[in-house]
Write a protein that binds this ligand. Structure first.
Ligand code: UD1
Ligand code: CA
Length: 450
């Protein structure tokens, strides 16, 4: 069955008290709406329609950044969820498959749950995702008879008897796209909120003889974010799940509760991640690599057998090949460190290519930025960079070449050569003793005077 996603994200999210549209607040480093898109992607949708309103330009940019094929439609006035869905009608004109409505502020729906809904479509025209709420609060209530969903009643419009129902509406609805738009046409706003409720399509559909049913999921999946405190607890839930999943994948986490993951972190089995490591977006760590304590990684790739940290920072574009060693207080950005190379202490490597087995001495800095442009540093295989070398880019150090400690290297060093760029040392015999005597006499005179 062909499927289209309609993701609602036009609401302002007043209770977030933020200039950022609600659906763009991040969880695990990705805007909430991207989580909804990722969940829906499990259905391999032919079209993804985002309904944007407040901050539509920003919402559009975030959605297209994740999926350039997504389509963004505008809902200029937020007149209710049915009205929001209606804005997707033109974008889906002629689409013959199923439509699935998701919310941009409900980030944890599992792809498996949507698959279960798609399967239930074999026997029913409309599927609503429900959950048994511990505290049903203001959720819409699902009024069922046997397997049949008869209608949904919003809290504000519900009788006491209806409010006692604990089976609640998650908001996720699936039906034939054409059916959805046909039913929405009939929805009015004659209710306690004066809004066009999407939930009304159930009773309307039942009147027309369509069948509707509920697929239930865990309440944790339908968790919606409306205020800052909920965003914080959603982040905590996300991290808890990421830690569990990572352990389940065979990764060794020495102190899972201290490690933070992003939505797209990938770590191979038997890799070791020590305490207090942060994975920002875009990190891949291969099997048997070791990420030592207090390291921060973003947009980088760590190959098999490599070790990183403690206290290392890998920034976007850091590519570590096999068996590389990155040590304490080392920062690497937009650089390829080839197999077996070592950068062990107190170093900045930016915009560089480092050859296989090269050894970069403590305190080395690639001076990659001249204030206007960035320049590259190239270091050959088996090169040895002396401690505290300043590599003023653009500059190239050859294979098997060396630099003298403390050098400021501004010219290329050929293969096999030693490059030294510092004042030559001179020893003045007996000079230190004479100097000490002179200084001590001076101090004695001063103390007498005072
Ligand atoms: C809705 C459901 C309720 C369900 C609850 C689950 C309706 C009428 N009610 O209520 O049954 O239990 O979600 O969380 O559908 N939106 C738009 N445009 C609009 C209105 C809403 O894009 O005009 C978007 C919002 O940005 C949000 C989502 O739709 O992402 C849900 O809207 P919201 O107003 O939060 O619905 P609820 O009142 O919570
Ligand atoms: Ca809501």
């Amino acid at each position: 069955m062909n499927t289209a996603l309609i993701i609602l994200g036009a609401g302002k999210g007043t209770r977030m008290k933020s200039d950022l549209p609600k659906v763009l607040h991040p969880i695990g480093g990705a805007p909430m709406i991207v989580h909804a898109m990722k969940a829906g992607a499990g259905l391999s949708p032919d079209q993804t329609i985002i309904v944007a309103g407040h901050g539509a330009d920003l919402v559009e940019a975030a959605a297209l950044d994740h999926d350039p094929d997504a389509q963004v439609v505008l809902q200029t006035e937020q007149l209710g969820t049915a009205h929001a869905v209606a804005q997707a009608k033109d974008a889906l004109a002629g689409f013959a498959g199923d439509a699935v409505v998701l919310y941009g502020d409900t980030p944890f729906i599992r792809p498996e749950t949507l698959t279960a809904m798609a399967e239930a479509r074999a026997n029913h025209d409309i599927i609503v995702l429900g959950f048994n709420a511990k505290d049903p609060g203001k959720y819409g209530r699902l009024i069922t008879q046997g397997d049949t969903l008869e209608r949904i009643v919003e809290f504000k419009d519900a009788s006491d008897e209806e409010r006692a129902v604990t089976l609640c509406n998650s908001g996720v609805i699936m039906s034939k796209s054409q059916t959805l738009f046909d039913l929405i046409e009939v929805v009015d706003n004659d209710n306690a909120s004066g809004e066009y409720y999407l939930t009304d399509i159930i009773a309307i559909g039942r009147d027309k003889g369509l069948s509707a049913t509920v697929v239930a999921c865990d309440e944790a999946e339908t968790l919606g974010v409306n205020a800052r405190a909920e965003l914080v607890s959603a982040e905590a839930d996300f991290q808890a799940r990421a830690r569990r999943d990572t352990l389940e994948d065979g990764v060794i986490l020495t102190a899972p509760d201290t490690v933070f993951f992003a939505h797209d972190t990938v770590i191979g089995r038997d890799a070791i991640v020590e305490q207090n490591v942060v994975f920002a977006n875009g990190v891949t760590v291969e099997s048997n690599a070791r990420i030592r304590a207090f390291s921060h990684l973003e947009g980088c790739h760590v190959s098999q057998g490599a070790t990183v940290g403690p206290y290392a920072r890998l920034r976007p574009g850091a590519e570590l090949q096999e068996d590389v060693h990155i040590g304490n207080f080392v920062e690497v950005k937009k650089s390829i460190i080839a197999t077996g190379a070592k950068v062990n202490h107190l170093t900045y490597i930016g915009d560089a290519d480092i050859g296989a087995r090269a050894n970069i001495g403590a305190g080395t800095i690639t001076c990659n930025y001249d204030g206007v442009f960035k320049h590259r540093t190239v270091i050959g295989e088996d090169a040895f960079i002396g401690s505290n070398t300043m590599l003023v880019a653009p500059v190239k150090i050859g294979d098997n070449a060396m630099t003298g400690s403390g050098s400021v290297v501004t010219k290329d060093v050929p293969d096999g050569a030693l490059g030294v760029g510092r004042a030559r040392q001179e020893n003045k015999i007996g000079f230190a003793v004479k100097m000490f005597e002179k200084l001590k006499n001076l101090k004695a005179k001063q103390e007498k005077r005072s």
